[in-house]
Ligand binder design. Structure first.
Ligand SMILES: *[C@@H]1O[C@H](CO)[C@@H](O)[C@H](O)[C@H]1NC(C)=O
Ligand SMILES: *[C@@H]1O[C@H](CO)[C@@H](O)[C@H](O)[C@H]1NC(C)=O
Ligand SMILES: *[C@@H]1O[C@H](CO)[C@@H](O)[C@H](O)[C@H]1NC(C)=O
Ligand SMILES: *[C@@H]1O[C@H](CO)[C@@H](O)[C@H](O)[C@H]1NC(C)=O
Ligand SMILES: *[C@@H]1O[C@H](CO)[C@@H](O)[C@H](O)[C@H]1NC(C)=O
Ligand SMILES: *[C@@H]1O[C@H](CO)[C@@H](O)[C@H](O)[C@H]1NC(C)=O
Ligand SMILES: *[C@@H]1O[C@H](CO)[C@@H](O)[C@H](O)[C@H]1NC(C)=O
Ligand SMILES: *[C@@H]1O[C@H](CO)[C@@H](O)[C@H](O)[C@H]1NC(C)=O
Length: 819
């Protein structure tokens, strides 16, 4: 979604302490690397690769990556919450922290998500007076020793200036914290008598009501709150249940504002009639302890549930019965090793460690969301899986879901079943969804694309595992045919014009639903591609007249193509078009991030292209690149234009729409140029520093882009097409978790300085292979694709019959037919 572009947000080139922290880490890692270098020639997989994962990549300058402890697709996500830049919780240059909270979204733009019911430890209250402890978040903000921040899969820790060390790990619905207190409260004339509070707030301060209670015998703090989603409509209710272990209870109570007392033992906050904003009224409960025993440690276990406080408590009791921090941590590490286990890499001699870190960290980040809330959905009774935090599909359809399809097909099937179940109960597929609420739609109905992506790749296997393709079809058909009342959160607007005028007019007349009447160009091209994806399914399901209709509609992008529109030295761009068929005007470079970008989000005064320029959207015809290339003047003119796009600053790779243009050279018979481009962006724009991603990670979208690119298998999502480029390592293998078959891509003449990045020839299972793409059957059936590399472009993959399919040319000769 890229709500905020980092360079616009903060001009910070890192002269801070954070840089020193990175350097310290690097010294340690360099020492380790020296030991490990010798091993680079050998295969890496499973838990061997965990040291290469750095969850702090993307935690500075607006990357908003969640750096804390989570299981793959887990609901509990524990981390410290930074005061600044804290959309994902902890930010490397985010200054002070204000607490530790248990649920987050990763990489989002806009306002922060979740972060409900933060806890905060203090060693004792100054002069042993309760009210001298700090309660509201604005008062308790505290710096941390930056060099103490440690993050690894399933674990996060840091030390605060109060000398309290905070460590955290998780199970699926429970966060487990281990606080280690100093012998004497630092800077407080106080007895070591730790106080831990739980606040009813969330990160965006969205609470409309809440209640909390503390049990004076056990110290248990539990409660509930009603909150708003961070990029959507409505509200959600969440419950928590905190238990403590490691010290005797000294006293318990609640707090309101900056005052605390040991009576009463519960309180409720609701909106009052006086317009006193209940969201920001600090309120919560606390438990204070006698000095802990050996090790000065207190453990806090926080169970979570969207159903009830009782379920939050029972989740915690069953998942973490014994407060065994190291056991829970080890289980989390094992879960991540399992997620990574299908991938095996032989790095190759001399490969720099940073490339392995970029790669494994990218895969890791794409495993954080969507979140598995199965059993935690209060909205309807169902035995279907329920996933949430599709945040947003507009970003994730471009590569995350394809990566999940490759590495964890069963999870992908469950996620798609969950999408269809949302359609069954709410009438519409989401384009974005978080915290049980409808999120905002940014362009078309792109759930159609991820469903088609799975359909063309794993139709039968998905059906065997419970995905009902007839319902899927009805759901995507609904997107194409029915306009919802509120198309800002589901479906498509302007459908009447789409069906009758064959484009979305810039001054659309649409009395059928409400939404922002902006983005006419970007919605037109996205609707066209969405309809292509529906046509693919219609055809395979034997619905020929639908297939015909939707494939026709997939050509409507041409209706907004103005052939004499000039920009820079190029002619022919998408332009606004009115109801009366006459042309409007939008400078084709307008809405280029970092160049000229004003109100190019979901702004009421927004424009005709969303988060990108007409330059960018003119390239977006993923299903019929052959026609686009002809339209833009043929292969050479197209390549010239694409080169200019990449080198002029007009392409911003920090927004997911920038991904596909890296690989479009394949359609013009120049696969070597795609390889050149990706070797520029990695490591120039994707690297191992805390600001090592160029935009919001958007639930791991940037992570999936680097992972697939470095494997040499970037997809054209929605089609059974992977572009072949040489992997960044000597060899990469993926073992399919459903079929057990292993697919290997091997580079011959591999060169770690990346001079040999051009494929000279290829074989698939020993037979010559000339196509510059392959289909998902490679991952399902396994095999060995061997690429012989050289320092110059070659004729490999350049002939017409070698190119990926386009709808209009329907390359039957390639053995793959669009139909
Ligand atoms: C940690 O980094 C922050 C910048 O985010 C800085 O303001 C703070 O002073 C640093 N803390 C220490 C203890 O150096
Ligand atoms: C977490 O939930 C997933 C999905 O339901 C399950 O497969 C996994 O075993 C659970 N992990 C743990 C550590 O319980
Ligand atoms: C708060 O609400 C709960 C449940 O609604 C109720 O049991 C409790 O007595 C209330 N507490 C106060 C202080 O009103
Ligand atoms: C346009 O083309 C001319 C002549 O080929 C060249 O001199 C000029 O630099 C080009 N302008 C841009 C913006 O690329
Ligand atoms: C078409 O509509 C636009 C926008 O309302 C208007 O500016 C233009 O003059 C109209 N053109 C014709 C030919 O009527
Ligand atoms: C940005 O684009 C707008 C709209 O086309 C234009 O009016 C403005 O002059 C441009 N600004 C710059 C700095 O190019
Ligand atoms: C790392 O990536 C960031 C974000 O794209 C970029 O701004 C920075 O220049 C890169 N750093 C290096 C050393 O390449
Ligand atoms: C690659 O091309 C360059 C010039 O385009 C040429 O000088 C060089 O000899 C070529 N290298 C090989 C290995 O063919």
């Amino acid at each position: 979604m890229a709500k905020c572009f980092r360079s616009l947000l903060v001009e910070d080139h890192g002269k801070s302490g954070a840089k020193c922290r990175i350097n310290d880490r690097f010294k340690m890692l360099a020492a380790l690397a020296a030991i490990l270098t010798a091993q680079y020639a050998f295969a890496q997989s499973g838990s061997d690769v965990l040291p290469f994962i750095d969850p702090l990549i993307g935690t500075a300058n607006g990357g908003h990556v969640f750096a804390g402890a989570t299981l793959p697709f887990g609901m509990a996500k524990a981390v410290a919450d930074s005061v600044n830049d804290g959309q994902g919780g902890y930010a490397t240059k985010g200054g002070k922290i204000k607490g530790f909270s248990h649920m987050h979204d990763s990489g989002t733009g806009g306002s922060p998500s979740l972060g409900n019911f933060p806890i905060f430890p203090q060693s004792g209250c100054p002069d042993d007076i309760l009210d001298n402890c700090v309660f509201p978040e604005t008062l308790r903000e505290e710096y941390v020793y930056n060099s103490t921040v440690e993050a690894s899969p399933g674990y996060f820790s840091l030390k605060m200036l109060s000398d309290i060390k905070a460590e955290m790990t998780v199970t699926n619905h429970t966060a487990l914290y281990r606080f280690t207190f100093p012998d004497n409260p630092v800077g407080r004339n106080a007895t070591l008598r730790p106080l831990i509070l739980a606040d009813l707030n969330d990160l965006p301060l969205s609470r409309s009501k809440g209640s909390v209670a503390v049990d004076e015998d056990t110290g248990r703090i539990s409660g509930s709150g009603t909150f708003s989603p961070s990029f959507g409509i409505g509200t959600y209710e969440l419950h928590f249940c905190s238990d403590f272990s490691g010290a005797e209870i000294y006293d318990t109570g609640v707090f309101m504002n900056n005052r605390a007392g040991n009576q009463p033992k519960n309180l409720n906050v609701t909106a009052d009639g006086n317009n006193i904003s209940p969201e920001i009224l600090p309120a919560g409960a606390w438990t204070q302890f006698h000095a802990p025993g050996k090790g000065n440690q207190i453990l806090v276990r926080v169970g979570l549930s969207f159903i009830s406080v009782d379920q939050a408590c029972s989740n915690a009791e069953s998942e973490v019965p014994d407060f065994n921090f190291d056991g829970v941590h080890q289980a989390a590490v094992q879960a991540w090793a399992g997620t990574l286990s299908p991938v095996e890499v032989i790095p190759g001699n001399g490969v720099e460690r940073k490339f392995l870190k970029i790669f494994w960290s990218g895969i890791y980040r794409a495993g954080i969301s969507p979140q598995d809330y199965t059993g935690e959905n209060p909205l309807w009774e169902s035995d279907e899986p329920y996933y949430d935090s599709y945040y947003c599909i507009w970003d994730s359809f471009r590569s995350i879901h394809t990566l999940i399809t490759i590495l964890d097909p069963l999870s992908q099937i469950k996620m798609m079943r969950s999408l269809v179940e949302i359609w069954r109960h709410e009438g519409w597929l989401p384009d974005c969804r978080m915290s049980l609420c409808k999120g905002f739609t940014q362009g078309g109905s792109n759930a159609d694309v991820i469903l088609a992506d799975l359909f063309v790749k794993m139709r039968e296997l998905s059906a065997e595992h419970g995905l009902d393709w007839n319902d899927v079809y009805e759901a995507v058909w609904t997107d194409a045919e029915k306009e919802p009342q509120d198309w800002s959160v589901e479906g498509r607007g302007g459908l009447h014009s789409w069906k009758n005028l064959h484009y979305v007019p810039t001054d659309d007349y649409d009395p059928h639903g409400v939404g922002l009447f902006t983005r006419s160009i970007s919605r037109t091209v996205e609707y066209a591609y969405n309809d292509f994806c529906i046509a693919e399914m219609a055809h395979a399901l034997g619905k020929e007249s639908d297939a015909q209709k939707y494939s026709e509609r997939s050509g409507y992008w041409r209706n907004m193509y103005k052939e004499d529109q000039k920009s820079r030295n190029y002619t022919g761009f998408l332009q606004p078009k009115y109801l009366n068929q006459s042309w409007g005007h939008q400078d084709p470079i307008f809405c280029t991030p970092l160049l000229n970008f004003t109100s190019c989000y979901l702004n009421p005064d927004g424009h005709e292209t969303y988060e990108g320029s007409a330059w960018l959207y003119t390239f977006y015809v993923p299903h019929d690149m052959a026609t686009l290339i002809t339209t833009l003047g043929g292969n050479n003119a197209f390549i010239d234009r694409l080169d200019y796009f990449h080198t002029s600053g007009l392409l911003y790779i920090g927004d997911e729409q920038g991904f596909l243009p890296v690989y479009l050279y394949h359609y013009a018979g120049r696969p070597g140029k795609s390889a050149e481009r990706i070797h520029y962006y990695i490591p120039d724009q994707f690297n191992t520093s805390s600001n090592g991603i160029p935009g919001n990670d958007d639930s791991g979208a940037m992570g999936s882009f680097v992972a697939l690119s470095m494997m040499g298998t970037f997809p054209n999502p929605g089609q059974d097409v992977y572009f072949i480029t040489p992997p960044f390592f000597e060899e990469v293998s993926v073992t399919n978790k459903l079929t057990g078959k292993k697919a290997t891509i091997r580079n011959i003449n591999f060169d770690a300085s990346y001079k040999n990045i051009y494929i000279q020839k290829a074989t698939l299972n020993g037979e010559p292979y000339t196509k510059n793409w392959f289909s998902h059957s490679f991952f399902l059936e396994g095999g060995v694709l061997e690429l012989t590399l050289g320092a110059n472009e070659s004729a490999w993959g350049t002939r017409l019959q070698d190119l990926p399919p386009s709808m209009s040319t329907s390359h039957d000769l390639t053995g793959y037919s669009m139909w």
